[in-house]
Design a protein around this ligand. Structure first.
Ligand code: ZN
Length: 118
């Protein structure tokens, strides 16, 4: 993919990923709830109320963490930005500012954003 698209996805994924992950976590919980009867009890009357709260929040928390990590992992290892000169794989070589460097021809492509503070 083009560097600018990769860069936009890299910038947006930490914001959107955890949100989607949270909903996936809630969906997974409801899937287990309806199919396997996890916490299939009246939470107000039951003694297992604390346990169910922990289970529900661990689903949501896991979804949040996975949603934050998986897109970055995919962008780092599976979806590469292409070099605009030769079309081969680029890696992020510098974070101040964020710079994509081609692994074949060495062409560097600067982005306007710097990740580390001065
Ligand atoms: Zn190149």
């Amino acid at each position: 993919m083009p560097i600018i698209l990769h860069f936009i996805l890299l910038a947006v994924s930490p914001l959107i990923g955890p949100l989607i992950g949270t909903f996936v976590g809630i969906y997974c919980y409801s899937y287990f709830y309806t199919n396997f009867g996890i916490c299939n009890i009246d939470p107000v009357k039951s003694d297992n109320y604390d346990l169910c709260t922990i289970i529900i929040f661990s689903f949501i928390f896991l979804g949040f963490i996975m949603g934050a990590l998986i897109p970055i992992w995919i962008l780092k290892y599976l979806l590469y930005a292409r070099c605009p000169k030769c079309g081969s794989k680029t890696i992020i070589s510098n974070f101040k500012p964020i710079t994509y460097k081609c692994t074949k021809c060495g062409h560097s492509c600067l982005t306007p954003i710097s990740l580390s503070p001065e």
